[in-house]
Design a protein around this ligand. Structure first.
Ligand code: HEM
Length: 440
């Protein structure tokens, strides 16, 4: 592309654009930079607007894919050899323990960060329909929800692969919850397991899902998610910037449907169109190099964090899986413990009649929660001007309901992780009977 004229610039050749025009050209000419918008509002770039949590989720997925490919060269998906191959990775292969630790910590972090990203999008009302003509943010919220389910599924299928006691029983418990679904529950469980118990067909199914089918689907949906952000006219906060600028300059919005920019077919009314007509001169900046530069900084920080934690926190490897020895209690992976806790709370006896909480806690409540989240953008009647703004007063009640639900899930997860012992009885973390709690 272009570069400075200094000695080093000529020697190493720099692609750094020097003018806004060169930035726009970079976006059009370069296949990688094509993913970025020609212009972006400065507020969308701010760390506080989004926490860049979606970007962190994406980077964690990239780190998981890279370390995952290395692990695939070493792991053997057979019940006879899986455990030994993980042991080799841990104790024999150079840097194997580090790669596995990094993969494992990135997987846990991805679950946490994707949930935090959802919380951010909710609290800023960024799922509200607005923005460019053709914008439909609720659709991107739905794509995000599928990504959330995929994130859990990716983590859960990876859980079984070490084929140790922890993996075997966590998956046994997790799939037992799925069996409580009405009509198709048992069939679903058997489809997942490839039989009635966790065995070789289960390992192979989870392996293929974990290493191929689910990552492929995730790549496709993330690409769609990113493309939708562009179609929706950028992040929701950008709409507010356009409002502010128009108010200040008392400029009426350009007629919809009119194409203003030279570099792309942006329609009238978008931030890009407004900036090209000079309305938002000060509020926007070229997308390149601003976005790739920040994104790279975020990637390096996330990589450094995962690598250090992967080194410091050793990934657990218990005794080899043994169907004859059931740990007491057998716990699901930590992100499903709020469900296991719900199942236990909702299982009770009225006289001789036992209410089975598996369906209520394991299927009905999470099903309703996902359904509620999916419908929320369509139920939210707050004004369009509330989109992109943290804790907008018009959304006070719904924010409180959302935070209350979130709080309940977090508390149940903490109870399930630290306060449950044999037979799921309440056990203080320091009690002798408490099972050894690890970040698994
Ligand atoms: C693998 C999981 C996900 C990835 C990689 C991802 C990635 C991203 C990225 C990079 C952004 C740009 C803003 C930012 O960096 O925060 C974004 C925005 C967005 N995401 Fe996600 N996301 C994921 C999951 C979700 C989930 C679970 C939801 C909600 C259910 C969601 C809904 C949205 C919405 C509505 C926007 C637009 C926000 C705005 O306009 O301010 N995403 N996502």
């Amino acid at each position: 592309m272009s570069g400075g004229d200094g000695f080093f610039a000529r020697l190493f050749r720099t692609w750094l654009p020097r003018t806004p025009r060169e930035s726009s050209e970079a976006v059009v000419r370069n296949i990688w930079l094509h993913a970025f918008p020609a212009r972006i509002t400065k507020r969308s770039l701010s760390w506080l607007a989004s926490g860049w949590l979606g970007t962190v989720s994406l980077h964690l997925f990239i780190i998981l894919s890279l370390t995952g490919v290395v692990l695939m060269f070493l792991y053997v998906p057979s019940v006879e050899r899986a455990y030994a191959s993980v042991k080799d990775i841990e104790f024999v292969v150079s840097f194997g323990s580090w790669i596995r630790g990094t993969h494992r910590i990135a997987a846990h972090l991805m679950v946490v960060v994707v949930v935090l990203h959802l919380v951010r999008v909710f609290l800023t009302g960024a799922y509200k329909k607005e923005g460019a003509p053709g914008a439909h943010r609720p659709l991107n919220w739905l794509v995000g929800l599928v990504l959330l389910v995929l994130t859990f599924a990716l983590s859960f299928t990876g859980y079984l692969l070490p084929w140790d006691q922890l993996a075997y029983w966590a998956v046994t418990v997790g799939t037992q919850i799925a069996a409580a679904a009405p009509l198709v529950g048992e069939e679903l469980r058997q489809l997942l397991l490839g039989g009635t118990v966790v065995g070789q067909p289960t390992l192979l199914r989870f392996y293929v899902l974990h290493c191929f089918a689910l990552p492929l689907l995730t790549v496709f949906l993330v690409a769609w998610h990113m493309w939708r952000i562009r179609k929706d006219g950028g992040l929701a906060v950008a709409d507010r910037v356009a409002d502010d600028a128009r108010e200040q300059a008392a400029i009426t919005p350009p007629p919809p449907g009119k194409t203003y920019t030279l570099m792309g077919a942006t329609q009238g009314g978008t931030v890009q169109a407004a900036s090209s007509t000079g309305q938002l001169e000060n509020a926007t900046t070229p997308g390149v190099p601003a976005i790739p530069r920040r994104s790279t900084a975020v990637f390096l920080a996330v990589l450094a964090l995962c690598s250090v934690l992967g080194l410091l926190l050793q990934a657990p490897l218990e005794e080899p899986a043994n169907p004859a020895v059931t740990p007491n209690p057998a716990k699901a992976p930590w992100y499903f413990l709020w469900l296991q806790e719900l199942v236990s709370i909702l299982t009770f006896r009225i006289g001789d009649f036992v209410v089975d909480g598996s369906f209520l806690g394991g299927i009905l409540v999470p099903g309703l929660l996902i359904g509620l989240l999916a419908a929320w953008p369509y139920l939210d009647k707050s004004p369009a001007a509330a989109a992109g703004i943290w804790f907008h007063p018009s959304r006070k009640v719904q924010n409180r309901v959302f935070l209350l639900l979130l709080f309940a899930c977090v508390v149940l997860t903490i109870i399930g992780t630290y306060f449950r012992g044999p037979y799921w009885a309440w056990t203080w973390p320091w009690a002798d009977a408490h099972p050894h709690t690890t970040l698994t």
